[in-house]
Every structure is written in C-alpha cells, then in structure tokens.
Write a protein that binds this ligand. Structure first.
Ligand code: UDP
Ligand code: GLC
Length: 384
C-alpha cells in the first residue's frame, strides 16, 4: 500500500515522532507531505523517509481559534488542498496526522477518491479545542475510513464529541526498544557535564507550554529539600514566549536559580532520562497519550505523572509509577520526597515499569497492529 502522510508541523512534537516511526515502515512506497518547513523535515530526511514541504507559510489558525479565523485560513488551505489532490493520485490512501492535515486530507480524499485515515493524537475536548474546531474535526473524521486514536482517553473524547464508534480503534505509540540500552558511563558523563554530581535530579521533558505545567514542578521544587534539582528539556515550539518569561520569573521569585536548568530542545532525551533520579510529567490538562511517560519507564527511571487522560492507561499507581492530581504542587513534592527517601522501592517500581513498558509498547508489535487495522478497514479489497 502506498500512503501519502500529511502533517501540518515543521517542528518535532510527539505526534511527529510517532509519525516518523509509522512512516519508516513503508518508506519505500510512501511520502510525508508537510505544511511547513523545519527540523521535522530534516529528521525525516535523516531517516531516509521521502518528504516534501508543500507550503512556505504556516497556516495561522490554531486549536483554540474561532470560526472566523478558520474562514480566513481558507485562502491558505485551498491551494494546499489542490497540491495534495494532485499528489494523492499517486497513492492508495491519505493519512492525516494532525488536525489541519485532517481538513486538507478530507478535501483531497473527497476530490481524489482516495480513502482517508486520521491518526487522532488529541483529546477533542473544550479544554484543548474551541467548539468550532472540535466540531470540524469530528465531522471530518467521521468521513474517514479509519480513525486511529492514540489512547482510550482520546477515543472516549472523540465519541463524546460525536465521533462514530465503528470508525475508531486505539493504537498506542510504539518505541524502538533497542534504543533503550542502559549506558551508565554515558549517564555519568552527562551528569558531570551538567554539574549535577551528587544531586537528586528531577527531569521534565516537554515543550514549554502552560498546559504542560512546568510551573507546577517549579512550585513543587520550592517545597523539596535543597539537594533536589530539576532539568527542563524542551523548547517553546509554538511561540509560548510569555510562558517562558513567566517560568524564568518564577525561578527568580522562588530563588531556585542554582537548582534549575533549562536545556532547550535536545535530541539525546534517552541518556538524559537515564541520568535522572526521577522523571515528572505535570500536564494540567488531560494528556492524550504522553510519550515521555513511556520513555521514562523504558529508561528504567521512576516516573510521577499527572492523573488524567492517557497517563491513567500508562501508569499503574504504586506498581509502575505514581499518579498525582494535575496542578497540585504539594502532592507532587510529597511524591518526589517519597521517591527520594525510599530509593530502593522507587527503583524496584521503575524496574517493573520498564519490563511492563517493553511488553506493551514494542514498536514492532504496535506496527503489526496498525498494519492489520489498515489491511482490514482500509485496504480490504486492494491490499497486497
Ligand atoms: N522531546 C524531544 N526533545 C526535547 C523534548 C521532548 O525529543 O527536548 C520528545 C520527547 O522525548 C517525546 C516528545 O518529544 O517523545 C513529546 O511527546 P509527548 O507525547 O510527551 O508530548 P507532546 O509534546 O507531543 O504533547
Ligand atoms: C500528541 C499528544 C501527546 C501524545 C502524542 C503522540 O502530541 O499531545 O500526548 O503522546 O501526540 O501520540
């Protein structure tokens, strides 16, 4: 099967990293078409996945935008859709990986008569989306041959918003297990480079954005003992500069300057996670899936996550990690102190979490699941 993958982003977020793994499986007969240029194109090229950038200007409409902003963006969407229609004639199906890709993909699918697949990476709730965008996404997704939801939580929100039950199947993100070999020397030298020897290190791996809740960890850190430090890995991918400023002011106000490092976007997440004593996930709104939670587990690092959305499917409290109320810094600080004081128990839980994550999120098995779904729901007559 020849697939035309569509993604609106030139930047590398979780949905793009997931697509990288999906598209790698059929790189010899597929194309990833992006709606803006950026580091994601580079990453695809480095992985020898054919990629084309279809537009030089990013589409201005956002998840929380009103219908008016949507109408204005039509001027950008139409020429893009025309390009996708032309391209899609060389492929058997269109696979939309993001919401704007769904809009363009749905138009192209209608005009080129190619089946549409939608990979739903979002929780379509009003917490994340404007009502207009939520309705648009569900209406278009209901026209798809298949909707792949990244978690039960994303699937439930889709159904709640009016999505058709017979269209949607859950497939979790998969991870290449071979990348997670333990390397103590590398972790040790990273600690040395970052000046973190002898410290209890908390890692936070996420783009800097208000709903990812970096401010909650800073607040919790101010309630922890003085030897606890935090590294924040990730950048403001979607222009959240005001939030970045706010975080730096918070660090100053709480006098945490010597206990916090902002490392920006890093491509060496695995060794950084392996170096940490714990990884925290602090989203204040329900996380659709939460790749960083699984990655921390695969690294064998204890993980504390915010109790909502996909995290509830990934973490079994006190068995594979800890769950705390979203936006509750005291509860987070207590959980951090618990791990610090009971190191042996925390590590035993992390070991079990690692084996569970290896069993549940192996990319090979997950890819087989996706292929079987595509085969039965999209290519039942033409699949070879
Ligand atoms: N990530 C990365 N470098 C960074 C920060 C994050 O490669 O500096 C990766 C991280 O390892 C994870 C992804 O970005 O695979 C974020 O995905 P997640 O599902 O956790 O959240 P999203 O940002 O997609 O909502
Ligand atoms: C989105 C979601 C994130 C999920 C990722 C991969 O970016 O925000 O929770 O892990 O997609 O499915």
């Amino acid at each position: 099967m020849k697939i035309l993958f569509l993604d609106q982003s030139g930047r590398v977020g979780g949905a793009e990293l997931c697509l990288l793994d999906v598209a790698a499986c059929c790189r010899d007969r597929s194309l990833v078409a992006l709606f803006e240029d950026g580091t994601f194109r580079q990453l695809l090229e480095d992985s020898h996945i054919p990629v084309q950038v279809l537009s030089q200007t990013p589409i201005s409409v956002r998840k929380e935008s009103s219908w008016l902003a949507g109408v204005k963006s039509v001027r950008q969407l139409l020429p893009l859709s025309a390009r996708v229609v032309r391209l899609s004639r060389q492929y058997d199906a269109i696979y939309a990986n993001t919401q704007k890709a769904l809009v363009v993909g749905a138009i192209a699918s209608f005009l080129s008569r190619r089946p549409l697949i939608y990979h739903l990476h979002d929780i379509l709730s009003l917490e994340h989306f404007s009502l207009t965008n939520q309705r648009l996404a569900v209406t278009l997704a209901n026209r798809a041959a298949l909707v792949i939801a990244n978690s039960e939580a994303s699937k439930a929100a889709f159904l709640e918003a009016g999505g058709q039950r017979e269209k949607v199947y859950v497939v979790y993100n998969g991870f290449q297990l071979s990348q997670y070999q333990e390397n103590r020397d590398r972790a040790k030298s990273l600690r040395f480079t970052l000046g973190l020897e002898g410290k209890f290190v908390i890692g936070h791996f996420s783009r800097l954005s208000p709903w990812k809740g970096q401010h909650v960890l800073l607040d919790a850190l101010s309630r922890c003992s003085a030897d606890v430090t935090a590294i924040f890995v990730g950048d403001a991918l979607f222009g959240e500069q005001a939030y970045v400023q706010q975080l730096h002011e918070q660090v100053e106000r709480l006098e945490l300057g010597d206990r916090v490092q902002f490392l920006g976007f890093r491509s060496d997440v695995i060794p950084l996670m392996q170096m940490c004593d714990i990884v925290t996930h602090t989203s204040t709104a329900a996380e659709p899936f939460g790749r960083v939670i699984v990655e921390a587990m695969l690294c064998g690092t204890p993980v504390i996550a915010a109790k909502a959305g996909g995290a509830l499917e990934l973490v079994e409290p006190e068995r594979t990690g800890w769950l705390v109320e979203p936006g509750d810094p005291q509860m987070l600080a207590d959980a951090i102190a618990g791990c610090q004081q009971n190191h042996t128990q925390a590590n035993a839980i992390a070991q079990y979490a690692q084996s569970e994550a290896r069993r549940r999120f192996d990319l090979e098995t997950i890819n087989q699941q996706s292929t079987a779904l595509l085969k039965s729901k999209v290519f039942s007559s033409s699949y070879e």
